[in-house]
Design a protein around this ligand. Structure first.
Ligand code: FPP
Length: 238
């Protein structure tokens, strides 16, 4: 099987899954967070090297205050336990998104976790937090403008694709080969718009907390059956 190097996932359906069980939405988020840990382990065992999950978007702030607080508390405790998981599995963890919009204690946990795991050579695990792709691109363009102003922009002052890529939060991380979205919606919802230019998409009706190893294998089989085409040359990659 042709295994994708980088899999990106839009974790959707925590709320609907909980409702279907007669439970509150926050229970869905708790189970969703547990499933993230399972899928990290399974993905690495399948040969996936990079996994990027959409945990909280710039738009998610508009959810009811109680739900936002519950998700933030869940992320707080996840970022703490993640240190142990990272150490055990040699997982490198990075956060993408506008970290400055997160609570100070969460930013501190992120700094510690990123620093602690930076030399680990297992799964490269990216968590998108307060992430929106358009916001990421705007921040990258502003960084480039600032460098130009300071006269430290490399090259001849012309902005290139490589320059934009290297100023995104995902700088140095290869583009996703496969994007999975759970729970039935078929849209990108402002996720990795630049990075997904040539990515294969896989949509499933299964809600995120119920997305098991078997479901991941289905997505990987779908990917493996595709012939990928890249850009202008139409070059096929096996
Ligand atoms: C998706 O379901 C839920 C979210 C995008 C918010 C919270 C995500 C988690 C708690 C996963 C945790 C991730 C980590 C890294 C710990 P939804 O609420 O949009 O479900 P619905 O569409 O059924 O309402």
């Amino acid at each position: 099987m042709n295994v994708p190097q980088h899999v990106a996932i839009i974790l959707d359906g925590n709320g609907r899954w909980a409702k279907s069980k007669g439970m509150p939405r926050t229970f869905g988020h708790t189970q969703g967070a547990k499933n993230v840990e399972n899928i990290c382990r399974i993905a690495w065992n399948k040969g996936i090297k990079y996994l990027t999950v959409y945990a909280f978007s710039t738009e998610n702030w508009s959810r009811p205050g109680d739900e936002v607080n519950a998700i933030m508390d869940l992320l707080r405790s996840y970022l703490k336990t993640c240190k142990n998981t990272a150490e055990k599995n040699h997982m490198r963890v990075r956060i993408i998104g506008d970290k400055t919009g997160l609570a100070e204690d969460i930013q501190k946990s992120i700094r510690e976790l990123e620093e602690f795991s930076r030399d680990f050579d297992g799964l490269n695990f990216q968590i998108a937090l307060n992430y929106g792709s358009r916001d990421e691109i705007v921040r990258a363009v502003n960084l480039i403008l600032k460098e130009k102003e300071k006269g430290i922009l490399p090259g001849d002052g012309i902005v290139t694709e490589e320059m934009i890529s290297s100023h995104l939060d995902t700088a140095g991380i290869p583009d996703p080969d496969l994007l999975i979205r759970t729970s039935g919606e078929m849209r990108l919802s402002n996720y990795l718009l630049w990075q997904c230019a040539y990515t294969e998409f896989y949509f499933t009706d299964v809600h995120w907390p119920a997305f098991t190893e078997e479901e991941l294998v289905k997505a990987l089989e779908h990917y493996s059956s595709r012939q990928r085409r890249f850009g202008k040359t139409g070059e096929q990659v096996e």
